[in-house]
Design a protein around this ligand. Sequence first.
Ligand SMILES: Cc1ncc(COP(=O)(O)O)c(C=O)c1O
Length: 241
Amino acid sequence: MLARYVDSQTRVISISHVQYLTGQRLDLGALADLAHNHGAVLVVDATQSAGQVPIDVAAADVDVVITGAYKWLGSTFGAAVCYLAPSVIDRFNPPFVGWRSTVDPYELDAHFLPLAGSARKMEYSTMSYASAFALGLSIRYTLGLGVGSVLRHNLDLADQLLAGLDERGATILTPRQRDMRAGIVTARFEGRDGEDVARRLTEGGVIVSPRVGSTRFSLHHYNTPADVDGALAVLDDVLSP
Ligand SMILES: Cc1ncc(COP(=O)(O)O)c(C=O)c1O
C-alpha cells in the first residue's frame, strides 16, 4: 500500500516499526527493498518495538533505527538509541554538534570542530550518563530474556486477549495475523467511548491507554495469562449496563 506513495522523488521512508495506535507491525525487509529500489533510505522508529520484537538491521538492510528507552525496553527517560548503517554514517552530518562531537573534545577549541569518526559525533555535549547506564542494563536484561521469546510471549497473551475481546463483541483495530502485530491490542466497544472505557479500566487497576476513541492494551514480558483474565473480568464490570 505504501508503495504507491514512493517514486524517484522519495528521499526517505520514515515509518514506525510497530504503530502506536493499532499495534500494526511492518515488514522492515520489504520496506528497505522498496526504499532502496527508489534510491531512498529507510528510517525506522522502533520506539514501540525495540525490546519486544527482534530487529536484525543487517538482514533487513535497514539504514537508520531510532528508539526511545522508556517503553518496551523498560528503561528511563533521558537516553535513546540511534543506529546508522555503515553506508549512512559517513554521509550523516549531525544537525547538532558541540565540544563532545569533535575528534579531541579536550582541545576545547571552538574555532574548528573536526567531527569524530564514530557515533560520538552526535554526542554534542555532556549528557545524562545515568540514563545511558540504566538503558545498558535494561538492554542486557531484555537480551537475557531473549527478544524472540518476549515476542512469542507477548503474542500469546495478545491472542488470549483477542479471544476474550471477540467474545465480548469488541471491534479490533489491531491486525489479526501474528506477524503483523506484537504486544499492543487496540479495541473499540459499540456504544461506548473507548477512552472512557480505558479510564475506567485504569481506575479498576488495569492500566491501559485511551487512544483516539479506543482502548489500547499493552502486554509485555512481566504480564501473565492471569493478568489477561483479570483485565477481562474488570472489563466485564466496566461494560456492564
Ligand atoms: C512510535 C513512537 N515514537 C516515538 C514516541 C515518543 O517519542 P519521544 O520519546 O521522543 O517523545 C512514541 C510515543 O508514544 C511512539 O509511539
